[in-house]
Design a protein around this ligand. Structure first.
Ligand code: NDP
Length: 230
């Protein structure tokens, strides 16, 4: 069975994806930031009769990424899902933009997914069907007309462009690179009034991700299979 590695499985979409991939019989490697999250996720997986391999990872810390990827040396990873992300603060209009928050948001949402993808390329190269999937957001689409959340929107727009570049560069190596929008989801980030449950988002994302092939690389997809404008 294939191996899927998901960042940020302590809660939200990352956790649900991990649970659902486990139910489907995948080998799941997940990352959390602390021992309490590790214990909680491990207990929940055990409740499903499954085992999840968990590692501590702070995605913005290059030493933490090095330690994490060293522990995986020589192991094949078929699917990498960059799920960990932040909204980056409440105050993000031209009147109240916090520049420190903006830089932090870029580190988490834009730089870290690329750092992790590149660090895991040796592992992904061992797969016949390697996929790098980053959870982006429609909020980063330049074709959209809404404003606010400057830090978050710009971090996802830059994530899209950087991963599109990676898709072009990795195509000759047969490694696919995909951006997905999970819907507006009821998580800590999405809030209680969001459109869809985490169950619906995860089920849709898994259907889309498992169906990806090289013909879909370098493009932006919604959880329900619709292709999106950048
Ligand atoms: P949550 O806020 O529920 O969960 C975020 C996860 O990311 C947590 O597991 C958190 O870990 C982890 N994380 C945050 N920062 C770091 C870091 N520096 N290092 C390691 N892990 C980190 O968010 P969602 O599940 O809602 O979002 C998941 C992804 O989906 C994000 O990329 C988000 O931008 C995207 N998205 C979400 C939407 C929504 O409506 N919810 C809509 C569009 C996109 P910890 O528990 O330790 O804080």
């Amino acid at each position: 069975m294939e191996t899927v590695l998901i960042t940020g499985v302590g809660r939200g979409i990352g956790y649900k994806l991990a649970e659902d991939f486990l139910r489907l019989g995948y080998n799941v490697i997940g990352t959390v930031r602390d021992d309490a999250s590790r214990q909680r996720v491990s207990d929940r997986a055990a409740g499903l009769g499954a085992e999840i391999e968990l590692h501590i990872l702070e995605i913005t810390d290059s030493h933490s990424v090095d330690k994490f990827t060293s522990a995986l040396t020589g192991r094949c990873i078929d699917i990498l899902i960059n799920s960990a992300g932040i909204i980056g603060g409440d105050h993000q209009t031209h009147e109240d933009l916090n520049f420190d928050d903006w830089e932090r948001t870029f580190q988490v949402n834009t730089v870290a997914p690329m750092r992790i993808a590149l660090a895991l390329l040796p592992n992904l190269s061992l797969s016949k069907n390697a996929k790098i999937v980053s959870i982006s957001s429609k909020m980063g689409a330049l074709s959209g007309k809404s404003a606010g959340a400057i830090a978050y929107r710009s971090s996802k727009a830059a994530l899209n462009k950087s991963m599109q570049c990676l898709a072009i560069e990795l195509k000759p190596k047969n490694i696919g690179v995909y951006l997905v929008h999970p819907g507006w989801v009821r998580t800590d980030m999405g809030g209680e009034s969001a459109d869809i449950s985490v169950e619906e988002s995860s089920a849709g994302l898994i259907k889309v991700i498992t169906a990806f092939s090289m013909q879909h690389t370098g493009r932006f997809w919604q959880y329900d299979g619709q292709e999106l404008d950048w």
